[in-house]
Every structure is written in C-alpha cells, then in structure tokens.
Design a protein around this ligand. Structure first.
Ligand SMILES: [Zn+2]
Ligand SMILES: [Zn+2]
Length: 415
C-alpha cells in the first residue's frame, strides 16, 4: 500500500525535491545554534519524521546534508546532548534544553474555517464545511478533515505569540535569546534560548506552563474573594497573572456589553443595571481593590464575579499544548528550512516585524516559474498576495509557489 502510494507520487516527489534542492543550494541555514549538540530528525513526502537520532558535527556538514539529501522536513531537538546520536535517549546525556512553545491555527476556533475547511465522516459518509470533532449525523469521531489556512486564522495565532512574548518579557524578565519563527504551515514557534532557562527541570517547565495557561488557578489565593459583603480584588499596581486577569476584566467592563456580562456571569440582565449605569465608578473600584456589588445579594454577587473571572481566565489562558511543551525529547522544525507539506519557509521573524508579517506571502520560497497541475479538489486559497481557486478536477497552470503548495499538500499532480 505504502509502496503503491510512493510510486504513484514518484514524479511529484522528484519535482519537489528538485525545487527544495535549489532552495538549499542558494540559502545557507544558520539554525539551530549548537548544531553539534542537537539530535536531528528528517521526514519524507507526507511523513514528518521517518528517521531520528541523527547528528552533525557542525553547521557546514548540516548544510551539505541538506543540499545532497534534501529531506522534505528537518527537525532538531529542543534539548542539548553530549552524544546526540546515541540511543536510547538516556545515553545521549542531556545537559540543557531550550524552551519552545508552538501555536497552531488548527487549535484555535475561527469563523473563517467554515469557509476553507471541510470534513467527511468515515462511518456514515456525511460531509460538510468547517472543522468538527464529531459527526453531527451519527456521532462518530472518525472524521477525515481537510484543513486549510488563511491570513485570518494565522493572524489569530499571532495574538497568542504576542501575549506569550509579553509575559516572558514582563513577568520573567526574559529578553535575551528569544526568537520566533513561522512553522511553515499554520502557526508560530517561540524559542527561548538562554542560560536562565536551559537548565530548568521538567517540573519547573510544567510550572511555567501552568502559569502561562492559568492552569487550575485559585482565584482566592490570587486575592479575589468575598470579604464580608464585598467582593475584593488586589489593588493596582498588580503584576503577573493578577495583572492579566484585571486588565481583561477592565476591558470587559469598559465595553459594558450587558449581553456578554449576563451570559458569562450567569445572571439576569435586570440585575446588572446599576453596574452599567456606574461604569466609571466600577472601573475605579476595580483599580482600588473592590468589585462593584450588583443588584443582588452577597451570595449572588459572589457567584456572578466568580463566573466572570473564570470566564476571563479561560479566555486569556494561552493555547499551549501541554504534551508537546513539556516533552524534552521533542524535535521541532529547524527555523528557515522548508516545510515539506507546503513548500513554505519556516521563516524566522523579528518580534518587531511580527505584526506586519504576512505568513502566506512572506514565507513563499519559489517566486519564479509556472507549472501545470491537475487538481482534485481545493477550496479558494491565498498565497503570495493572490487568491486562487476553488478548483475541482481541473487542469491549471499556476505560479510555482502555488503548484508546489498543492502538490506538497497532496492535492495536485503534475500533468
Ligand atoms: Zn457520521
Ligand atoms: Zn482561515
């Protein structure tokens, strides 16, 4: 079966490899740092990792390998080892590990996904648009998803990156060794490479993760609780998690959206009249350490504020995958290499350039040439400033970057 598939795509794979080789022949890859201490892994068409436990003596050997072997994916360990090619893992002798946080657009629910994603139920053959976890017809969770990404959902992941970088800088004073790269598909990776974090234990990494994701926060311990008949909170100035919660609460109260407050506070709108009429006073009280008492008894007031605070905590918690973030053995795409599932560059971005970074444009590697392809079925998609499609069972001549993108995604063949 696998052999058949490989054979079926032989021409396409050869085409992609030729293009990727051109890229590596003209672009020196200067990441990761400390090449000699990293474990590397490579992938082939449709498979991100087919081989790991590889190592290179230095960056020159690594670049030589990229030019000669041209892997479709290349990843390196977040951890540093004395003997990165030894196995099992314990024999590698780890002596440090950088922090890498991954944000992916497919973890974030955005409206645009109804426009570009689709699903098919493998049980009952029902199909529809968007991304679902369960089939609405038969309840099965074996769905085949066809996921695409657009500037809207990728920008949504940027917000997470901004929030994370601000916390790392403000709450932890991390300023050195922080850099960001596009994943090459639909998200961003934030790397922290400095001595302060390199030696953190696994437990410390999990605590850090808990802090960032507000995992199981105890509002009372943070200073939000009912004192006699008043719900109190820490006074300004605040720091860390308290500051994040209070800032978001202040934003929510400033908007004074009665529907939102009633929905998430689980209280009838009629009880929120004086809260809305006294907005300025409400905000001043928040700053000086009291949450305004709504038109209800102390117990209902307490429940209202706890509901609102818990809602806010869930809203501002960073969407970081616990599993991958605390896995010290993980391999992560080498920055500035090609993502074999899109043909885009996993491009390094300066933090100050992130807001204007247009991933599906600025990460395009193959800007010249045109190629004719046969497309099975694709929705309208955006690349390098242009929109293409939708196409279904069509033979089209496309700019190379778009043809490569579709071929790499397994959606088109050469003609
Ligand atoms: Zn179904
Ligand atoms: Zn989108």
């Amino acid at each position: 079966m696998i052999f058949m598939e490989l054979n079926e795509n032989a021409k396409e794979q050869e085409f992609l490899r030729k293009k990727f080789r051109q890229f590596y022949e003209t672009n020196e890859i200067t990441y990761p740092s400390k090449v000699q201490n990293r474990e590397f892994g490579i992938g082939e068409f449709g498979k991100k990792i087919v081989k790991r436990h590889m190592s290179f003596a230095n960056s020159n050997f690594f670049n030589k390998f990229l030019k000669e072997d041209v892997p479709f994916y290349v990843s390196a360990s977040a951890s540093l080892y004395k003997r990165p090619d030894f196995r099992p893992m314990e024999k590698k002798e780890m002596f440090g590990s950088e922090l890498i946080y991954e944000f992916d657009a497919d973890d974030i629910k955005t409206d645009c996904r109804n426009g570009h994603d689709s699903w098919k139920c493998m049980q009952c053959n029902a199909l529809g648009s968007g991304t679902l976890e369960k089939c609405p017809s038969c309840g099965s969770n074996s769905l085949s998803l066809d996921q695409w990404f657009c500037p809207e959902c990728i920008n949504e992941t940027k917000k997470q990156v901004f929030a994370l970088v601000n916390i790392l800088k403000e709450d932890f004073g991390i300023k050195e060794g922080l850099y960001i790269n596009f994943s090459g598909n639909a998200g961003f990776h934030v790397h922290v490479e400095n001595q302060a974090v390199e030696k953190l234990s696994k437990e410390a990494r999990i605590q850090l993760l808990d802090y960032l994701t507000l995992h199981e926060i105890n509002l009372e311990l943070l200073g939000f609780f009912l004192q006699k008949k008043t719900f109190v909170c820490p006074k300004d100035p605040c720091f860390g998690q308290i500051k994040r919660i209070k800032t978001a609460l202040s934003d929510m109260l400033s908007k004074a959206d009665i529907g939102e407050l009633a929905t998430y506070g689980l209280i009838p709108k009629s009880k929120l009249k004086s809260l809305l009429q006294n907005k300025n006073f409400v905000l001043e009280s928040l700053s000086s350490g009291t949450l305004f008492s709504i038109d209800a008894g102390a117990e209902a007031n307490k429940k209202f504020w706890l509901n609102i605070l818990n809602y806010i905590a869930s809203k501002i918690a960073l969407d970081i995958d616990r599993q991958t973030s605390s896995d010290i053995y993980k391999l992560v795409r080498v920055p500035n290499t090609i993502h074999g599932g899109t043909g885009l560059i996993a491009k390094v971005i300066k933090f100050e350039d992130l807001s204007k970074f247009d991933a599906l444009k600025d990460a395009v590697a193959f800007k010249e040439g045109r190629t004719k392809v046969y497309i099975t079925k694709v929705p309208r998609f955006y690349l390098y400033g242009n929109y293409f499609g939708p196409f279904e069972k069509a033979e089209v001549e496309l700019p190379d970057y778009a043809a490569i993108y579709l071929i790499a995604k397994g959606k088109a063949k050469l003609v």
